[in-house]
Design a protein around this ligand. Structure first.
Ligand SMILES: *[C@@H]1O[C@H](CO)[C@@H](O)[C@H](O)[C@H]1NC(C)=O
Length: 718
């Protein structure tokens, strides 16, 4: 069952019916392709037997896509929408034209590779060529999907699964695997519009140390520049940017600065002149350099669709060109939908002209993708190709996972926005964009202390973990709300850092197999229909079930512990208490509770102890937590490498350990060659039936087994 590819350039009108039933007798996928006119094209897919479809980021919506017969179709048009309405089908900052459909015995995907304003509607009953189709009886479930694009070619791939894991790999083979992030970027990021000056940055940095809260990166928004000219520094506020970065680097911390695609129209600025004279700007329909308004006022926009422009832009990040940049400076591409304050729908007019004479309408959804690509290339090149880049982008398209991280954009400090961040991150993960997260605390408006704590707890369980706030909000560094709040936030962030070996291992698998680190429950429990609409909770890897609290004043939370197929066992990771799967649980919570459960049959590695940043945690010893299933067995992996270079790829300098517990014996096999000092300090086993009499440790190649101590035995676990 390989993906089958159908690629057609349509001249006029084609009706095609492809019956794939010879390959998949019980699950036919019919494909109709047609072009209703010379300037738009569409396709209809009848997904037989499927009632649950997902995908199509980015919308502020639930995980499962809705029947759109009652209203607007889902629109995929990258736009800068400030504080977007919730549950809205209009386009947001980025798009991935992939639909994933799931039923108990099969997962399929439809990937519509077209960068031109597609709209997608999925309907239970629906109009085909103006005629109403007969509604099918309830027992014969079906989802009809209609793609419509303004222009371009039909380049459509059907991913046949049949299981979620296979679908992720098929999609990654088409669009690329998640880039392996540098380890620091999985730590906590502290951002604000703006940290005002060098003293402010140093004070916030010191605040984290004073309050013993680990963090890795401090971010600077647009005000760090000299008059919104990217690649420059405000001479009064940031006179010594390199020294500032070295100050942070001494503590193994990094800095990220913003770099947007609009360039201030300023003939006195060499970078503007270089871009203008090199022909690097998008043109208007008359062939003049396009001008629009953005942060600097009158601006022109780099044409990242042009390979020469991308190469020129990448070179702007070299250490000799980018004055004040050092090895510990990384980048954030914002406003790259592109945002044009005075443009139609606050973006570029569709008739603006790109390299090769292409109209903007043809490339619109790819604009941010190409900037992200050029920035990541720039950071890669400045190290001679040896260091992994880190670039965050707001706008994205299918394949952006190869380039770095994305966040969900300008959210609001309300409980509803916290709640919606979960399905938004899950939808991105399903469509390949695995390194993603929502701004902690909400960008717009001021969160109350309880919301802030709950958001840190939820954000610590998302792949990209950054606190951010707008320029007109009150300061909200974690220690500004009293000791109880500081302590709860400290715990949430510390727990994230302790879990980094697990997250990093999950990113290794995203990088090599396409499996996203966070997954809707149904990905892990594909036959359990009770999981198909669940988006308040999700899996981190195959081992942990996360159910962050997203309600104000919560006394209890309802947790669905899946397990209808076989008897599944779950363990509350904070108490090691055992629960049977296949039912819902009402869990009492207080402000410190973050409900996370480990699946019986899994092994999770954590750092033990504390530190100030990922580099500190990398040196800490590990605890291996084994959660036994009903057969008293468990499996899991640990991936380690240097955390920043490409030696894992070029020199196989990594270590992949596979832990396996069976018949009372835990063993570890190793793949790769990576010398590191990481030691396993403790093994915790949950689900042991009786107190063991002896524990033996055997280390291959060593005559004398290391002494082991037997610390505690608590209830049915120790
Ligand atoms: C925030 O920035 C915007 C855009 O530069 C500006 O108009 C506004 O006055 C700023 N607000 C504050 C409180 O600084």
């Amino acid at each position: 069952l390989r993906p089958c590819k159908i690629s057609l350039l349509l001249q006029s009108y084609v009706l095609l019916c492809v019956d794939l039933s010879y390959k998949i007798p019980s699950n036919t996928v019919f494909l109709f392709l047609f072009s209703p006119g010379s300037s738009s094209l569409g396709a209809d897919f009848c997904l037989h037997g499927f009632q649950h479809v997902y995908g199509l980021p980015q919308h502020t919506d639930r995980l499962r896509l809705r029947d759109t017969s009652d209203g607007e179709p889902y629109r995929l048009y990258n736009l800068d929408v400030f504080a977007a309405d919730l549950y809205c089908r209009l386009g947001l900052y980025g798009s991935v034209p992939l639909i994933v459909a799931h039923k108990p015995d099969r997962t399929v995907g439809v990937f519509w590779l077209n960068g031109h304003t597609p709209t997608v509607s999925g309907k239970a009953s629906y109009v085909l060529y103006g005629k109403m189709r007969r509604l099918r009886p309830q027992t014969d479930a079906q989802t009809d999907v209609h793609w419509l694009s303004e222009s371009g070619v039909i380049d459509c791939t059907i991913l046949l699964g049949p299981a979620p894991r296979q679908l992720f790999r098929q999609y990654a083979e088409l669009t690329g695997y998640q880039a392996m992030p540098p380890l620091f970027s999985l730590g906590y990021h502290q951002c604000r519009w703006n940290y005002n000056d060098e003293a402010d940055v140093k004070a916030v940095d010191a605040g984290f140390d004073r309050h013993e809260i680990p963090y890795d990166v401090i971010w600077l928004d647009i005000e760090h520049t000299d008059g919104k000219r990217y690649f420059t520094w405000d001479p009064a506020l940031f006179p010594k940017p390199a020294a500032l970065q070295q100050h942070l680097e001494k503590k193994k911390r990094k800095m990220v600065v913003i770099s947007d695609p609009h360039i201030k129209v300023d003939p006195d600025w060499p970078l503007y002149r270089e871009a203008r004279d090199g022909g690097h700007f998008v043109k208007d329909r008359e062939g003049q350099i396009f001008r629009g308004t953005c942060w600097p006022g009158d601006s022109s926009y780099l044409d990242f669709s042009c390979p020469e422009t991308r190469a020129w832009y990448s070179r702007c990040y070299s250490f000799d060109k980018y004055k004040g940049s050092t090895v510990s400076l990384f980048v954030w591409n914002d406003m790259n939908e592109p945002s044009v304050f005075n443009g139609p729908e606050q973006t570029m007019p569709k008739d603006a002209v790109h390299h090769g004479g292409w109209e903007h309408r043809e490339l619109h959804n790819l604009y941010g993708f190409y900037q992200h690509m050029a920035t990541a290339d720039g950071l890669m090149s400045r190290s001679g190709g040896s260091e992994r880049p880190f670039v965050l982008t707001r706008s994205f398209f299918a394949g952006s996972q190869r380039l770095g991280a994305i966040w969900t954009g300008d959210n609001v400090a309300t409980w509803e926005y916290l709640k919606i961040s979960l399905p938004m991150v899950l939808t991105l993960s399903l469509t390949g964009i695995a390194f993603c997260g929502a701004d902690v605390g909400g960008f717009v408006k001021d969160p109350g202390p309880e919301l802030l704590v709950r958001w840190y707890q939820a954000g610590a369980l998302q792949p990209f973990f950054r606190g951010h706030s707008a320029n007109d909000t009150k300061r909200r560094e974690p220690w500004l709300f009293g000791e109880e709040v500081t302590a709860a936030i400290r715990t949430a962030i510390q727990q994230r850092y302790c879990l980094l070996p697990f997250w990093y291992t999950l990113f290794h698998f995203a990088h090599t197999s396409g499996l996203p680190p966070v997954r809707p429950l149904w990905v892990e429990f594909p036959r359990d229909e009770s999981t198909f609409t669940e988006d308040n909770q999700y899996m981190i890897g195959g081992a942990l079930l996360a159910c962050p609290v997203t309600e104000p004043g919560a006394q209890t939370v309802k947790v669905l512990l899946p397990g209808s197929d076989e008897v599944k066992i779950w363990y509350d990771i904070s108490s090691a208490k055992m629960y049977k799967g296949g039912k819902s649980l009402s869990l009492p919570v207080n402000l410190d509770t973050v409900p996370v459960f480990q699946r019986g049959g899994s092994v999770v590695c954590r750092s033990t102890g504390s530190g100030t940043c990922t580099a500190d945690y990398q040196k800490l010893p590990l605890d291996v937590t084994v959660a036994l299933n009903s057969q008293a067995s468990a499996d899991g992996e640990l991936y380690l490498d240097d955390g920043h270079s490409f030696q894992y790829r070029d020199k196989k300098a990594f270590s992949l350990r596979r832990f396996s517990m069976a018949s009372g014996r835990l063993s570890a096999s190793e793949e790769g060659r990576f010398d590191c000092d990481t030691v396993v300090q403790s093994v915790s086993i949950m689900g042991v039936k009786s107190k063991p009499t002896t524990v033996n440790v055997h280390v291959p190649g060593e005559d004398v087994p290391e002494m082991s101590t037997f610390n505690s035995y608590r209830g049915k676990s120790f």
